[in-house]
Design a protein around this ligand. Structure first.
Ligand code: NAD
Ligand code: UDP
Length: 311
């Protein structure tokens, strides 16, 4: 049985990943400091003898014996990662050093949950992996963007210097059940606002775009990437290329929830990327992967989940 460490396993993506790895016969160690994750996200896994939970902050060293490491620990929503920006950088950078050191000692393969934010506010559209990005190093998003960029550097240096088997996934906006209802991300905000008939907060003119991937599709890609040929390191874009403006997203959520909410235009946050769409040619070729869930179907599942939180 493969012993698999998932850092950030009590978070949104991590909890779905733990579920999938257990279902595939893995022996899963979930490590989390519960900064944004919760025990509720993984409570349904607790009875499984092959699931183990450890409270630990990855900015401190960790000594365990495992075969694979998925490094997901890091707050992902702008509200959460800007709450304590120094800790965000520490989690990405010191956390990566600790997890890479662990991987080196136990000769484990290690996957990094990187992000489309490494492209910043891009001038190239859609974004291929060889686009080097346009990131502000000193703005409010920099703790996350530059932290993740530095983590990628560390992964590739460990690979070149210590021959570590690495996998780098550049994840684009992903949504689904178990997103934090107050994380300030657009999908959770709009659905919670719509279900409560509160104003829908559209930042700027709402014409900025994102491309949303449903969580099941994304987690399937992470596992395929981890299990891909050793020579394939990435970075590889993982996301759904179907692009939508925030205004169109708001209108879709209003229609799907039957809400009476009105659109309320608010100031656009600093450095908010104007457009984002993954070029997934590489993932299609190397992993034989592409997302299958249409935005309407994924939103219906997500709305169903958020309704249960309000009941
Ligand atoms: P999340 O906030 O739900 O999960 C992150 C988890 O990491 C939480 O459980 C949190 O408690 C834990 N954590 C944070 N700092 C930690 C630390 N120092 N030590 C141990 N645990 C810590 O976010 P998510 O959406 O599930 O994102 C998971 C990963 O995927 C993150 O690394 C994020 O950057 C990356 N990612 C996510 C998206 C997305 O759209 N969801 C997009 C790009 C990248
Ligand atoms: N956004 C919005 N209203 C909200 C929350 C977010 O209009 O209540 C916009 C935000 O300005 C950005 C997009 O939605 O343009 C996606 O924001 P999110 O925080 O989900 O993720 P990002 O891709 O910016 O990290």
């Amino acid at each position: 049985m493969k012993k698999i460490l998932v850092t950030g396993g009590a978070g949104f993506l991590g909890s779905h990943l733990c579920e999938k790895l257990l279902a595939a016969g893995g022996d899963v160690l979930c490590v989390d400091n519960y900064f944004t994750g919760s025990k509720q996200n993984i409570a349904h896994l607790a009875a499984n003898p092959y699931f183990e939970l450890m409270r630990h902050d990855i900015t401190f060293p960790l000594y365990v014996e495992v075969d694979q490491i998925y490094n997901l620990a890091c707050p992902a929503s702008p509200v959460h990662y800007q709450f304590d920006p120094v800790q965000t950088t520490k989690t990405s950078v010191h956390g990566a050093i600790n997890m890479l050191g662990l991987a080196k000692r136990v000769k484990a393969r290690i996957l990094q949950a990187s992000t489309s934010e490494v492209y910043g506010d891009p001038e190239v559209h859609p974004q291929p992996e060889d686009y080097l990005g346009r990131v502000n190093p000193i703005g409010p998003r920099s703790c996350y963007d530059e932290g993740k960029r530095c983590a990628e550097t560390l992964f590739f240096d460990y690979h070149r210097q210590h021959k570590l088997e690495i996998k780098v996934a550049r994840i684009f906006n992903t949504y689904g059940p178990r997103m934090h209802p107050n994380d300030g991300r657009v999908v959770s905000n709009f659905i919670m606002q719509a279900l409560k008939n509160d104003d829908i907060t559209l930042y700027g003119d709402g014409l900025q775009t994102r491309s949303f991937c449903y969580v099941d599709d994304l987690v399937a890609a992470l596992v395929k990437l981890m299990d891909s040929a050793a020579a394939f390191t990435g970075p590889v874009n993982l996301g759904n290329p179907a692009e939508v403006s925030m205004r169109a997203l708001a209108e879709k959520i209003l229609a799907l929830t039957g809400s009476k909410s009105k659109l309320a235009f608010k100031l656009l946050p600093q450095d908010d990327p104007k457009q984002r769409q993954p070029d997934i040619t590489l993932a299609r070729k190397e992993l034989g992967w592409q997302p299958h869930t249409a935005l309407d179907d994924g939103l219906k599942e997500t709305i169903r989940y958020f309704r249960t939180l309000l009941n």
